[in-house]
Design a protein around this ligand. Structure first.
Ligand code: PLP
Length: 346
């Protein structure tokens, strides 16, 4: 009876194959940055490699080095989104990592094997400008991948998607030998025009719907459960926890559960997130560092020792994210090291 984070690698594999079917022939390149969105980059990548993935994306050099050590075969390509930030060229090459080049200077200075080129098509975050990309094409650069990233792919109605796609097409045409990649999880679902030769899903591998809401095609990968430590009956007007975080609007029964924001449940989750026990949902009313109070007025069978699902196949990641005024990505990466971790299948 302890707080437990279960990571279902079969569900991860199922999501990979679902995305592969959606990608309809485009290579699916898992994004395993931030320790596989908090779920364990080594475990996730090894399983995805077994399922056929051969191209991975991480953000940092150190993540790439760790991934190289974790993967069984040297033939996996590991793209490092940070590129060649000052002085990392030799370490990148030593570990057989492929930087994603995002500036003219980086692209000109890189001496290793062909690397990916990241072009900014309107997200205004990172990447070479379209003009610089065209100039690099003229000067003979031969990237192994030409890529860009979408800023509003979660909403298919946004004109920005079509604008970024239109901006990407001439760049892609300037590098006719390089496979192209525009879509992350959400972009993959914008339609075939957005898929090109490679897609880079992250969150939908790990259980998040591509549009920031639950999607029945995507399975939950992470389950966070914690035991009921105490039950208590409140009278109307009684407060729970520090200050006036929660005042019972009526007589109610609450269960105090052994997990808190130190385990990654965002403090704001009390604004509408629901935990599950015994097949019934119970609103989260207070989140403190180690303890969460849930309203079990509708769960008459709740007893001390019962395991409560705070995140998982019932307490869906996207619902938790929406209730916490966050995104699924943040909810996952916050899942702390304190819970006992269990990988399935064992
Ligand atoms: C993080 C990231 C992704 C993955 O995005 P998801 O929304 O998790 O699918 C893809 N491409 C780039 C450049 C990224 O930074």
């Amino acid at each position: 009876m302890t707080t437990r984070l279960t990571i279902d690698l079969d569900a991860l594999a199922a999501n990979f194959h679902t995305l592969k079917a959606e990608a309809a022939g485009a290579r699916v390149c898992p994004v395993v940055k931030a320790d596989g969105y908090g779920l364990g980059a080594a475990q996730a990548s090894r399983r995805l490699f077994d399922e056929g993935a051969r191209d991975f994306f991480v953000a940092r050099l150190e993540e790439g080095e760790a991934l190289r050590a974790a993967l069984p075969e040297p033939d996996a390509v590991i793209h490092v989104l940070d590129g060649t930030v000052a002085g990392t060229e030799s370490r990148l090459q030593a570990a057989g990592l492929s930087p994603v080049l995002s500036s003219l200077d980086e692209a000109r200075a890189w001496r290793g094997p062909p690397a990916a080129l990241h072009v900014d098509t309107g997200m205004n975050r990172i990447g070479v400008s379209i003009d610089d990309a065209l100039a690099l094409a003229k000067s003979g650069l031969r990237p192994c991948l030409i890529m860009s990233h979408l800023g509003r792919a979660d909403d298919p109605a946004q004109p920005r998607n079509a604008q970024q796609l239109a901006a990407f097409l001439p760049v892609r045409a300037a590098f006719p030998d390089a496979p192209a990649s525009l879509a992350a999880s959400a972009g993959m679902f914008l339609g075939p025009d957005y898929r090109f030769e490679a897609v880079r899903p992250g969150i939908s591998l790990y259980g998040g719907g591509p549009r920031d809401r639950p999607d029945p095609r995507i399975r939950a990968v992470a389950t966070l459960e914690a035991p009921v430590l105490q039950l208590r009956d409140l009278k109307a007007g009684e407060a729970v926890g520090y200050g006036t975080m929660f005042t019972a609007p009526r007589a109610m029964r609450i269960a105090v559960v052994g997990a808190g924001y130190a385990d990654g449940i965002i403090r704001r989750a009390h604004r509408g997130a629901r935990a599950w026990l015994d097949g019934a949902s119970a609103p989260i009313v207070v989140v403190t560092m180690d303890l969460i109070a849930i309203d079990v007025s509708e769960c008459p069978k709740a007893k001390v020792g019962d395991m409560v699902e705070l995140l998982g196949p019932d307490a869906l990641l996207d619902d938790l994210a929406a209730a916490s005024d966050s995104v699924a990505h943040e909810c996952l990466v916050r899942l702390g090291p304190r819970a006992q971790r269990l990988y399935l299948p064992r």
